[in-house]
Design a protein around this ligand. Sequence first.
Ligand SMILES: N[C@H](CCC[C@H](N)C(=O)O)C(=O)O
Length: 292
Amino acid sequence: MKDNFFVKSHGLGNEYLVLDSDAITFELSAQAIRRLCNTNYGLGTDGILLKTNSTKADVGLLIFNPDGSEAEKSGNGIRIFCKYVFDYKIIQTPEFTVETKGGIVHANILETHQGKAKVIRIDIGKAIFQSKLIPTLYDTEEVQDVKARIHGKEFEINCVSVGNPHCVILKETLDAAEIKEFGTYIEHFHMFPNRINTQFVKIINRERAEILIWERGAGFTLASGTSSCAVASVLKKKGLIDSKVTVQMIGGELTVEVDDDFNIRLTGEVRQICEGILNPELLEDIHLPIPK
Ligand SMILES: N[C@H](CCC[C@H](N)C(=O)O)C(=O)O
């Protein structure tokens, strides 16, 4: 791999930059991540996927948000990464494992087009509802149907971890302006020590739900794989869906399967946008803070 080679791809409009730890010539500091992800001074993405070596899986992956924070899991990010390692022949088989901060993920390249991965399925792990493990600061065993007053407005919250933390809020109607106004306050609510990803959910029927997303460390995004998994797990726990649900987002649809033990399987398309080499001029000032 050439020095500072990158690939930019998206899963339903949730875009990521893929880098290889063996090929970058700079420190991937929080400031470097913020600059790379910035639309004006960098490549403009919802996060960075860094390929690393692993002793526990076929390949390792570190996931970073545009604010420089690290995420334990990313459903779109992991699928984009699986496409990258398959398409660039880093992995030669359609089934393999990926080590993430949030656990080992089993990947399956379900569909290819002209030898390139198109539809990817991942066994992304198990939903965890214990409030301390999400984590939250609530004393109750779980955080389900809890009323919380956040920035002057009352929300009924359902919290779950799918490797990363999520706050699922059921709604009769979805309003993007509402989640754009309150998303950051929910993200930073004092009961969530590691912050949290938030979803507003409208249930269509037992096989379909529509969601809006405010991501921890990224803000409003067009799609989110772990958000889809979190929503499916909460709806399954409430008996509002069966084991398979289509999650409809602005950027497109994902299929989530949740078994009776809350093991989660996520399936959906990924697309490559471009590949290239980071320009030395970008790298010269990569350590500088982003001008406001
Ligand atoms: N911002 C998230 C990680 C990315 C989630 C989303 N892009 C996905 O596809 O799951 C977090 O800090 O937990």
